[in-house]
Ligand binder design. Sequence first.
Ligand SMILES: *Cc1c(COP(=O)(O)O)cnc(C)c1O
Length: 415
Amino acid sequence: MTYINQLVCVNCGRSYGEDESINYCPICGFQSGILDVQYDYLAVEKICNPTAFKKNSNFSMWRYLPLLPLQGMVGIQHLQVGWTPLYESRNLAGELGVARCFIKDDGRNPTASLKDRASAIGVAKAMEYKAECIACASTGNAASSLAGFAAAAGLPAVIFVPQRAPKAKVAQLLVFGAKVFSVQGTYDQAWELCMQSSGEFGWYSRNCAVNPYLIEGKKTVALELVEQLLYQYDGAVPDWVVVTVGDGCTVGGVWKGLTEMYRLGFLTKLPKILGVQAQGCRPFVTAWHDNTRKLLPVEANTLADSIAVGHPRNFQKGMNAVLESQGAFIAVDDDDILWSMTTLARKAAVFGEPAGVAGIAGVKQAVKQGIIDKNESVGIIVTGNGLKDIESAIKGGGVVHKIEPDIEAVRSYVK
Ligand SMILES: *Cc1c(COP(=O)(O)O)cnc(C)c1O
């Protein structure tokens, strides 16, 4: 059994039962009829509350099982996912000009990105449905994480990636044994092709926006953040939680997780959300500045491949996260993103990939623009590990000194 009450369409508000086995609102269609999973919080509250959780000894995302859309433990794989480290960095706070700075390092998941939280749910659901194959389109991380969790479950996986996916992510796919289609086109084209193929061949779809259960996995990063702040930092609540935005599922999930923790009595005030995009791909930022708040798909052009999403598939949930929290969207350019990589690494010793770290530059920019006050604190979610894209890392990192194996050569540099 689950604690799910209903699934509600974010576009038209119609509600559906869990037993109707639908992935999106049949009236609105999958482009806009994204469903939101809602729980019986009065029942959940009895087992998920600050007192009960002090005794919860499961330190992984599965400690939140009553807030997840699974029938039980059957589809859950052996991999350790979630309960990633939370750090406070005074050096980084100083660099960014804010009061306090917390870093949640979600690159420390089994396949090295936050996407593992969603894939863990996707594969568990596929096992519940007794699916024979699972598919997804991805800028890279959703794919590598799906491949990992599918391997754990012994479930065949078919992956569509755009041609620009970094090599390390493709290597993960191949090692985990997925069938990989490198679509000679954009992520958006890969996504359409995956949807079409899943329909035709009956594959279970892990595409995060369309499959309403996956964002439930992503929200666990916020559930953890709140609990860790409680135990490690005396319940400090950052004024801002900072998330990078591609399709909008992560930021939507983070906001949902925060509101659930508020509702369940773990939080006394809600942080604002800062959604960060790349200048070369900023459909959320543009829509947010425009009063109509309408999505205009763009061509993506940024080295932060994981957020190179010109046509966000979870636009409404992503937009709602920032609007409801009275937060802001902001864009940073690629040079700022490379600066973020080295700054996070040098000030806090956390190595993130470009889309994982863009929030660092986002905070800096937001302080400069007066969006974030110098007396405010921030919690930045680092969504992916830096080893996923070493080309960008080297680009931002500086130069190595090639020398002869001779102490004289060292002296000439050190002097
Ligand atoms: C997928 C991803 C994001 C963005 O998540 P969306 O749900 O697409 O908005 C950010 N950073 C990394 C590292 C990612 O893999």
